[in-house]
Design a protein around this ligand. Structure first.
Ligand SMILES: Nc1ncnc2c1ncn2[C@@H]1O[C@H](COP(=O)(O)OP(=O)(O)OP(=O)(O)O)[C@@H](O)[C@H]1O
Ligand SMILES: [Mg+2]
Length: 241
């Protein structure tokens, strides 16, 4: 099967620092792929480049075989690439419902006759924040803000969903609920790349794992194999003395 997303030799330099250094991988349609690596490994930078909010220094991105290397963010969204932000970025003064409606209006399917009220309700119910629909985003708890970030992103109707630490700061119970949600989203046909520090969450959710370290791809493979890979263990806990 052809790849949905191909990343080829992607490099991003910030002055002297290579946040990404010749990173290459492919994502097939329908997968949930875990993207892991220590703090500063380049995970969020990779998402920003795929979603078009930062240009790479060099390298190439293909989406369904088409060149998306320096795509504008709105074009990426219209093509079906959408990301959540590590720090949720809702419109704070708007209600939960209004935030999700913005995603629908500016997403992959912006025009045409449709029932926006019903679509927003379905998304709010899917992510479990329907009871908060009339609350201003600014009043939400950390966990509910993470759900709203996911809801806003889902509202754009992505084919490729880039999830950046949607479980960080959540309780075990909230995390399990979000992981269940990601599995449901995948089952509904969306391909997901999932950045997460919690390896248990990765093991229980992902089909495949890509490991970054200091901007380089260190390894990739099935989650069970990555968990026991000496290079991966070393990147996380350091070399034996
Ligand atoms: N706009 C920027 N200007 C300069 N350096 C940056 C910028 N954005 C990221 N970096 C640097 O690039 C490297 C990769 O950062 P990035 O945020 O992509 O890492 P990450 O893997 O998402 O880390 P974390 O797990 O902490 O979220 C870091 O060293 C970071 O300080
Ligand atoms: Mg990050």
């Amino acid at each position: 099967m052809a790849a949905l997303l191909s990343v080829e030799g992607l490099t991003k330099r910030f002055s002297g620092l290579a946040a990404l250094d010749q990173v290459s991988f492919e994502i097939r349609e329908g997968e949930i792929v875990g993207l892991i690596g220590p703090n500063g490994a380049g995970k969020t930078t990779l998402f920003s480049i795929i979603a078009g909010s930062q240009p790479p220094t060099s390298g190439k991105i293909l989406f369904e075989g088409r060149d998306f290397t320096r795509v504008k963010p709105f074009r990426a969204v219209h093509a079906g690439i959408a990301r959540t932000h590590q720090i949720p970025q809702p419109f704070l003064s708007m209600t939960v419902r209004e935030n999700v409606e913005v995603g629908l209006r500016f997403g992959r399917d912006p025009g045409g006759a449709r029932n926006l009220v019903k679509e927003v309700t379905e998304i709010l119910e899917l992510v479990g924040i329907a009871s908060l629909e009339n609350m201003a985003a600014v009043t939400l708890s950390v966990g509910d803000l993470k759900r709203l970030e996911l809801a806003r992103t889902l509202a754009t109707r992505p084919r490729l969903l880039l999830c950046d630490e949607v479980c960080a700061g959540l309780t075990e119970c909230e995390m399990q609920s979000i992981l269940g949600l990601l599995r449901r989203i995948q089952a509904l046909g969306t391909t997901i790349i999932y950045v997460e520090h919690n390896l248990r969450a990765i093991l229980s959710t992902c089909h495949h794992v890509i490991v970054l370290n200091f901007g380089k791809k260190l390894a990739e493979g099935p989650p069970e194999t990555m968990q026991n890979d000496p290079a991966v263990i070393e990147a996380y806990i350091g070399k034996k003395a």
